[in-house]
Design a protein around this ligand. Sequence first.
Ligand code: ADP
Ligand code: GLC
Length: 480
Amino acid sequence: MIRVLSVASECAPLVKTGGLADVAGALPGALLAQGVQMRTLIPGYPEVIEALDGAGPVAAFEHLFGGHGRVLAGTAAGLDLLVLDAPHLFARGGNPYLDPDGRDWWDNPERFAALSWVAAQIARQGLADGWRPHVLHGHDWQAGLIPEYLHNLGRGNTRVVMTVHNIAFTGPADASRIPALWLDPARYHSGAYEFYGHVSALKAGLMGADRITTVSPAYARELMTPEFGMGLDGVIRHRQADLIGILNGIDTDVWNPATDPLIQPYADAHGKAANKTLLQREFGLPQDAPGPLCIVVSRMSHQKGLDLLIQALPALLEQGGQLALLGSGEASLQDAFRAAAADHPNVAIRIGYDEALSHRMMAGGDAIVIPSRFEPCGLTQMYGLRYGTLPVVALTGGLADTVINASPAAMARGVATGIQFSPVGAQPLRNALGDLAALYRQPGIWAQMQANAMAQPVGWDQSARAYAAIYRDLLPGTPA
Ligand code: ADP
Ligand code: GLC
């Protein structure tokens, strides 16, 4: 059996700030069905250590970036975990990346360098329980230095796969930290980890991986362009032959409207009505609005384009539509939506993070709006599809790959599942919201689109096969 060590900075349901956690949490189960054994190495944040069952040490390091560290093997939430217990790096409040005041931890480069170094050690030395991976599969910049440490330790036959979930985060560090990061100073050059005069963990990963994957085919193409590559487009073009886009799936057991214990379950879209009434009541929205109830569940950052929604909101409200938003992030965006909610009875918001409420919103909403400026994959449009909540999305990345736009051709064939708008701007979004309201006024067509959406496969099967094929390709002769 192929053995893979997945290396990630977050993993659902234990610790999550975004979709990366969902992917890290879902991959092992999906891959097992493909004959791949995946264990997952994550940092020992307090909530992870606390959740760990039957944990025992399988590796220890006396000196690990300024303190003692060990790897605990255990299970939690059905996951086979290797947890890097290094209190000097991870036993802190705040979230995985930010201190309680919302600033990056000053030693983030070292914290995740330690994670990557330990992954490389596990690949070279194996663990005390006798396990040693064939492949290290790193996610985002936090695992980017793996190829550098493998180089220093002797790469041997270890294969490396790097997945880009978001190229906007590159893991920069000042060159003065090269010794503190245990990097080989001789490799501070453009062919390894140097990037415009500083250290870039993500670049190191992109240069040194055997294969690079990203989370949708459209984003794989976008990454090669200056507009989306965030300065790394040249590196991506250089590695083009080894790059592949593989769509994320969602957990179709957790996100199943027919069995979801957090909602009034429904097998077809008729069952949404009861959930809509409850949701309107919960958000204090009028029940008699003639237009669609749009929802947003999102981090509030520039990436997500919610400033465009603020501008386009009147176009929805004029058509009798409503907005219910759940999110948190940039203060200016939170304030703008607070102000909109104060001004309009048909706008209501919740600032915060609330998994259960996000289920109720998927069940009760008519449409989900995702105006992202870029979106490597995006998960919430897939939740929307599965719950018959039609996605209104920017034509970018995974949003382009997962939604079938209500174009005349798609409507004529009765296959549309949502609305895509392009370019990403306030006016195209206004037009899309107008189109949405027009479709909503045609119940037969709307019901057809809901049925199409709910029937669309959004699980992991196909993508897990694609990952397994990459590992097999890298390991000719390894028994499946
Ligand atoms: P990203 O990782 O860029 O934030 P994704 O769409 O891939 O975008 O994943 C976001 C994940 O986080 C989804 O599972 C979404 O439901 C969840 N999420 C985001 N904001 C909230 C929130 N305020 N409350 C509950 N869940 C949220
Ligand atoms: C990143 C991206 C998001 C993607 C997620 C999981 O957070 O922003 O689009 O769905 O990673 O791959």
